[in-house]
Ligand binder design. Structure first.
Ligand code: ZN
Length: 217
């Protein structure tokens, strides 16, 4: 979980292979995975929950096709489920911190409470804090990179060449995109208006980019 890789996707993956068609996978059933899934089902709206589950499915597909990583499905699953936990209206209102940073802390505490797995808690926290920290310099964890790639794919339509159209179709049929772009755009507006210092402002015109996403899923 703490393997370093270039943050720049074109350096981390200089020669991407043609993506293969993959089926929707069963969700992991370890105790911590079940606990976190039950938790986010209560906390997240349906569009955010479906986005999180799409990001999980895409992540497994791209890791299988493109990367030879020793990364557990459990770690990927928990990271994907929790990455937007602090983007609920209630959690945005409950802190002055940027949502990714607060979400990292909340997730760290949840994982320690339910599994006491320090490495898992720290890896998930680190990936969530950096998931909108896009850029072309330096390094990131493999878990952080895959979360960056797939959240921006689902929100803005970047990196679409890394996933097969039939995989996209299956995942988006199982976990509907209905209402997602408007929902996420509203969250960006809420956070940047109430916290004009927040980290989300580092992505220029982010809300407009989300709303103008014309990618075919
Ligand atoms: Zn997200």
């Amino acid at each position: 979980m703490f393997t370093a890789i270039e943050r720049d996707v074109s350096k981390a993956l200089p020669n991407p292979k043609p993506p293969t068609a993959q089926s929707v996978r069963q969700l992991p059933t370890t105790p911590i995975c079940r606990t976190i899934l039950d938790y986010v089902k209560k906390e997240l709206s349906l569009p955010v929950l479906n986005h999180s589950l799409r990001v999980y499915q895409y992540s497994l597909a791209i890791i299988k096709d493109q990367f030879d990583w020793d990364l557990s499905e459990e770690a990927v699953f928990i990271t994907c489920l929790l990455h937007d936990l602090a983007a609920t209206d209630g959690n945005i209102a409950s802190t002055k911190m940027s949502f990714e940073f607060y979400g990292g802390i909340l997730s760290h505490d949840l994982i320690m409470k339910y599994s006491n797995d320090k490495d898992l808690a720290e890896a998930v926290c680190e990936a969530i804090i950096r998931h909108q920290d896009l850029g072309e310099s330096g390094m990131i964890t493999t878990l952080g990179l895959i979360l960056q790639i797939l959240t921006i794919l689902d929100n803005v339509g970047l990196h679409m060449h890394l996933i097969h159209e039939s995989t996209l179709k299956e995942v988006n049929t199982k976990y509907s995109r209905d209402g997602w772009l408007g929902c996420f755009s509203d969250t960006i507006k809420l956070e940047t208006q109430t916290k004009p210092w927040c980290h989300t402002t580092s992505i220029e015109n982010f809300s407009e980019k989300v709303l103008s996403n014309k990618a075919k899923y």
